[in-house]
Design a protein around this ligand. Structure first.
Ligand code: CTP
Length: 413
């Protein structure tokens, strides 16, 4: 089963001859980390910047380049086969020469011939010196390509190969990954479904400048929101974390405390069929937060009186519409499976995602996580250590399965 945006997707990376070709290894590695199958085509000039053998090792497939002939594997795979194979093409870097070739419709090397033959989406990541970029010839060529439906990402302004500053740096591999995710055919299994995601660690004020918080980065919640959006859902994200790039089209409500999170979620819960409660809610808050900044000179020692916080998930489970499914999360430093099971039962969730947060595979604050998804009937699904974007995609697939069951169940409304 295909998982998240790039999982199982076939991406053909076209590497052209410019210094930004040295970023191809990072791009290919990033695509494969997200589960894409990657093949590589290079122009002759590109092979002077990065070795085909390196890209072969990273992509896991022989690389097509003029020194090797048109074949991509031993059976031979000319431009027509390659263009039919690809779900999406990334041209990175797209040099002024290749852009000109594409604009004219030339097919005199494997890159241009494959791109001329394809019906799949094409993403160009231009990279060149500022003068070449600004030249009316280049801009006219790009205008033609845009009007034919090719997509562009970048270039960026910054330090160029010449050492000068200016427009023309290739977009960063992370931006290319994001653009590729949007380009590959979107999955629509959550089309029309309202999804509410909570993210980040709540901040409970001690005084106007200090708070009680935790190490949650909000990354899992953000990835869940992205994964839901890519499946066509209408997504609301209630977050305590300052997010690094909130997904376009997701409605974001920023809150600080557990009480504020509950209030924001209460407004949204009637509209959604799925609640993904990934926030790390502080268990305690100050009984009496200080209205003024506290000073050490006035408090040589300090005792804070804390009271138990509202259980946001518990309240929402009790108040949710009957058809709304709820996924809880539990980050545990020990015995995460057993504790996760106890919380699943105690909180009345339909699924619970338990993560270990100690040791080298800690999910807290990092880019990667491992988890086990627990069902009330005793079933368990292991999600091995992987980038949070992939883990989020798997969780969404499992959560979507809950909705299918309730839609398909006799008498379900
Ligand atoms: N949660 C919540 N409100 C709280 C505490 C937790 O909504 N005050 C939610 C979390 O978002 C998560 C789930 O409950 O989805 C489990 O959170 P966790 O902190 O692991 O559990 P606690 O209820 O705090 O239990 P304990 O302190 O005993 O570990």
């Amino acid at each position: 089963m295909a998982g998240d945006g790039l999982e199982g997707r076939r991406i053909l990376v076209h590497v052209c001859g410019g210094i930004a070709a040295v970023k191809a290894p990072e791009l290919i590695t990033g695509l494969r980390k997200e589960g894409a199958e990657v093949r590589v085509v290079m122009t002759a000039a590109a092979t002077a910047f990065v070795a085909p053998l390196a890209l072969q090792a990273l992509s896991g497939h022989p690389v097509a380049h003029p020194g090797r002939g048109a074949a991509v594997d031993e059976a031979g795979m000319p431009h027509i086969d390659l263009s039919a194979w690809a779900d999406c093409h990334l041209v990175a870097p797209a040099t002024a020469t290749t852009i000109a070739r594409l604009a004219v419709g030339l097919a005199d090397d494997l890159v241009s011939a494959t791109l001329l033959a394809t019906r799949a989406p094409v993403l160009l990541a231009p990279a060149m010196e500022t003068g070449m970029w600004e030249n009316p010839a280049t801009q006219a060529n790009l205008g033609k390509l845009r009007s034919r439906g090719l997509h562009l990402v970048g270039p960026l302004s910054g330090r160029l190969a010449s050492g000068r500053e200016g427009m023309g740096r290739m977009a960063e591999p992370a931006q290319l990954l994001e653009a590729a995710r949007l380009l590959v055919e979107p999955r629509r299994e959550l089309a029309g479904v309202g999804v509410l995601v909570t993210a980040g660690g709540t901040r409970e004020p001690i005084d106007p400048v200090r708070y009680l918080g935790n190490r949650s980065s909000g990354r899992m919640g953000l990835e869940l929101a992205r994964a839901a959006q890519r499946r066509g859902a209408t997504v609301h994200l209630v977050t305590c974390a300052e997010l690094d790039g909130s997904p376009v089209g997701v409605e974001v409500v920023t809150v600080e405390t557990a009480q504020e999170m509950l209030a924001a979620c209460r407004e949204l819960i009637p509209e959604v069929s799925l609640l993904l409660m990934a926030a790390a809610v502080a268990d305690y808050r100050m009984a009496h937060p200080s209205a003024q900044k506290m000073h050490r000179s006035e408090h040589p020692t300090l005792e804070l009186e804390l009271v138990a916080n509202v259980d946001v998930l518990g309240e929402l489970v009790a108040e949710r519409p009957a058809a709304c499914k709820v996924v809880g999360f539990a980050a545990e430093t020990e015995d995460f499976r057993r504790r996760g099971r106890e919380k699943l039962a105690a909180k009345g969730c339909d699924l619970l995602v338990a993560n270990p947060v100690s040791g080298e595979h800690s999910a807290m604050g990092g880019e990667e996580a491992e988890a086990v998804v627990l069902y009330p009937d005793g079933r368990e699904v292991e999600l091995p250590y992987a980038p949070k974007s992939l883990i989020a995609g798997r969780i969404l697939d499992l959560a979507a399965g809950l909705l299918d069951q309730s839609r398909g169940a006799p008498g379900a409304g």
